[in-house]
Design a protein around this ligand. Structure first.
Ligand code: ZN
Length: 343
């Protein structure tokens, strides 16, 4: 398996190209994420989060309620972290991020290995590894959380599940209300209407999953009983609608070098000295064992200082020069000796 992780020349080149770029930091605020409210405290068994979706205003002026992105997941503890796939996601800074994705590359490598092996057991394990790195679709919505209007516009990202997922539930609800309106002779209707739309009631509850572990799930999404404007105050409504925070400011797509470390299960840490992303887990491991981590640029890894010196058979510059001079003088001497030989 390790051989698969070994970086090939092409990867190395790619890293060289990207590592010197400067990446802007987006200020983090928990208020930007609806998911922060979609959890239950200890002792809390259920709750309803009221969310009012707002449209995304796209560059060409058109609007949409949902933005689709592609992502890769990494399991950390009992949670999954998702990372935007730069290869399969549209509308992000490809000029800055490129279109290469270490997760997709890993998937391809595992698929190739799977194809090339004759062992059924290996086929299975390569298949599993490929699956882990496969891209999944996610939806993003933006809107306001009722009762927390002061937080401003929030973003909500969830997996695209074919049936019974949040996207499916919300779209079906919108269709249902439209059909009801048309059938009653009142014309087309949408729960997303800015003036006469509906807030969404997201019902959460605790339940046990198939492994007997307690999990928080969204048990239902229903629309409010009354039609309301996005805000009673027009100016506030306008402010939310035209809010310039973009989904990618909140779910920041990561650059190749950072994703590469995540894809290998590590934690990226920026090394200021070499201007390169490194794996913090390796750094910590050496530090915790009482060592002194030194970044080995050539091999792109953290090593203990004493191992680094042995590995590189470190010679000082002076020693190096002396060695060269010694060799040179030997050559000259030998040459002279040869010359002097009487024939
Ligand atoms: Zn990808």
């Amino acid at each position: 398996m390790d051989a698969l992780y070994a970086l090939e020349e092409e990867d190395k080149k790619k890293r060289e190209e990207t590592k010197k770029k400067i990446f802007k930091k987006v200020e983090f605020s928990a208020n930007n994420y609806l998911s922060n409210s979609l959890r239950l405290e200890n002792g809390e068994n259920e709750k309803i989060v009221v969310f009012r979706p707002l449209p995304f205003i796209l560059e060409d002026g058109s609007t949409t309620m949902f933005v689709k992105v592609a992502a890769h997941s990494v399991k950390k503890g009992k949670d999954f972290n998702y990372y935007i796939c730069p290869k399969h996601t549209k509308g992000i800074e490809h000029l800055e991020l490129g279109k290469e994705c270490p997760f997709c590359e890993l998937e391809n490598r595992f698929l190739t290995e799977k194809k090339n092996t004759t062992s059924e057991e290996k086929k299975k394990s390569f298949g599993m590894e490929a699956m882990k790195n496969r891209v999944v679709s996610q939806w993003i919505m933006r809107g306001i959380e009722r009762g927390k209007e002061q937080d401003g516009v929030k973003f909500w990202k969830f997996n695209d599940v074919t049936k019974g997922g949040n996207y499916d539930r919300i779209v079906k609800l919108d269709k249902l209300r439209n059909n009801e309106s048309v059938d009653a002779g009142d014309g087309e209707y949408s729960i997303f209407d800015l003036e006469k739309g509906k807030d969404l009631n997201i019902q959460l509850s605790k339940s046990l999953n198939k492994d007997g572990k307690e999990v928080v799930t969204i048990t239902s999404i229903t629309d409010a009983g009354r039609e309301t404007p996005i805000s009673k105050d027009e100016e506030t409504g306008m402010k939310w609608l035209t809010d310039d925070k973009k989904w990618f400011d909140v779910f920041t797509p990561k650059q190749y070098d950072v994703l590469r470390i995540f894809a290998m299960g590590g934690t990226p840490m920026f090394n200021k000295e070499f201007k390169v992303w490194t794996n913090k887990d390796d750094f910590d491991k050496i530090k915790n064992a009482g060592g002194n981590p030194v970044y080995d640029e050539e091999n792109d890894e953290w090593v203990d200082e004493k191992d680094y010196n042995t590995k590189h058979n470190k010679v000082s510059e002076v020693e190096e020069i002396e060695k060269i001079e010694e060799t040179y003088s030997n050559v000259v001497e030998n040459h002279e000796v040869e010359d002097e030989l009487p024939f």
